[in-house]
Write a protein that binds this ligand. Structure first.
Ligand code: 3HC
Length: 315
């Protein structure tokens, strides 16, 4: 006797409510699959696009130690993209299709990577602020209901902590250096603060996916809750560095134990995600170029894999 769709949906929701993980072969509502494919692919796209602003500084790092750390971070981001594309593929969309959606401009990636990395201090700001915001969000996602995504997040969060600390250390060093270095650190904070606050997504009421993704425990908290946690954690760190957060409405509320903050420029946010940010075109051009230049590597890896496959079959 065929189980009707309502029963299947109720059984699915019961599993979610009990905190059970959903695995690729489990029955799931089509919209659950769609929401996860959307979020996980955009997350993967963000990881590999995020390599571009930082990769831009590998040859210009101030010394060998900084160059080695930045190389390791950029390689990590490629690995994060790999985990996330692999996890997204378990939902039925191929990596080629996901990448095609990115390369043709159909897919979103994080707004934050459409801003330019103008000075070495930007590399510190990206690690400290962007990876700092990403950690707040990803530690929440690691508790999510879809097995492959939550496991990928657990692994990625460990590496993000290194990314965040190295960024903080770069800015801390500059902020305690010459006046020119301190000004460079403050300038980077001025340019990256608000884009980092907005990267965690629109506020309640303007976040159409939140209700459904929270019902299915894909997201366990709202964008605003994660944003508040990011601000509360980051402002004291700026104080330690003697850097000023560019928000004159920022004030600590002793009652709520949270920082009240000013209104982000949401018009700018929507312009950036529409494709009109400072670097959107350059990011997509560079990404397409990198993909084309890597075609021979993919061909060689596939040729090797199929030869191995034949060898194993014959053996
Ligand atoms: N950049 C681009 N698009 C964004 C965005 C951002 N910062 N924030 C929201 N949006 C889009 C959403 O994708 C959605 O559009 P869609 O329906 O066409 O996909 C629309 O704006 C409405 O937003 P919602 O709040 O309804 O969307 P979500 O519930 O999906 O919340 C999110 C947005 C918090 C970004 C969520 O998608 C999420 O947690 N994604 C996974 C994490 C992720 O992608 N992080 C990106 C940064 S990765 C990174 O920083 C790498 C690190 O190593 C540095």
């Amino acid at each position: 006797m065929e189980t009707n769709i309502n029963t299947l949906e109720q059984q699915f929701q019961d599993k979610i409510d009990k905190g059970q993980k959903i695995e690729p072969k489990d029955w799931m509502p089509e919209m659950y699959r769609k929401q996860l494919t959307r979020m996980m692919s955009q997350h993967a796209h963000s990881e590999i696009i995020g390599m571009l602003p930082e990769g831009n500084w590998i040859t210009r790092a101030p010394n060998l130690r900084r160059k080695a750390i930045l190389l390791a971070k950029v390689q990590d981001e490629a690995g994060h993209g790999l985990y996330l594309y692999s996890a997204a593929e378990t939902l039925g969309t191929s990596r080629e299709e996901l990448l095609n959606q990115l390369h043709t401009g159909k897919a979103k990636y994080s707004s934050i990577f459409n801003y330019p990395s103008l000075t070495w201090a930007d590399i510190g700001a990206i690690g400290w602020l962007v990876d700092g915001a990403a950690i707040m969000n990803q530690t929440m996602l690691a508790k999510g209901s879809y097995g492959p995504y939550s496991r990928a997040m657990t692994r990625i969060c460990k590496e993000e902590s290194f990314h965040n600390r190295q960024g903080y250390e770069i800015l801390h060093t500059l902020a305690h250096g010459t006046n020119e270095q301190k000004e460079m650190a403050q300038d980077a904070l001025n340019r990256w603060w608000w884009p980092a606050v907005m990267m965690l997504g629109p506020t309640e009421g303007n976040s159409p996916n939140t209700e459904q993704t929270m019902k299915w425990k894909i997201k366990l908290e709202t964008n605003d809750a994660i944003r508040q946690r990011f601000i509360d954690r980051t402002v004291p760190q700026a104080d330690v560095m003697g850097l000023k957060i560019p928000d004159d409405k920022l004030v600590y509320n002793e009652t709520t134990k949270h920082y009240a903050y000013g209104e982000p420029n949401w018009n700018e946010f929507y312009e950036v995600i529409k494709g009109n940010g400072p670097c959107n075109k350059k990011r997509l051009d560079d990404r397409n170029k990198a993909h084309d230049n890597g075609a021979w590597v993919r061909a060689a890896a596939e040729a090797y894999a199929s030869k191995q496959h034949i060898k194993n079959k014959v053996a």
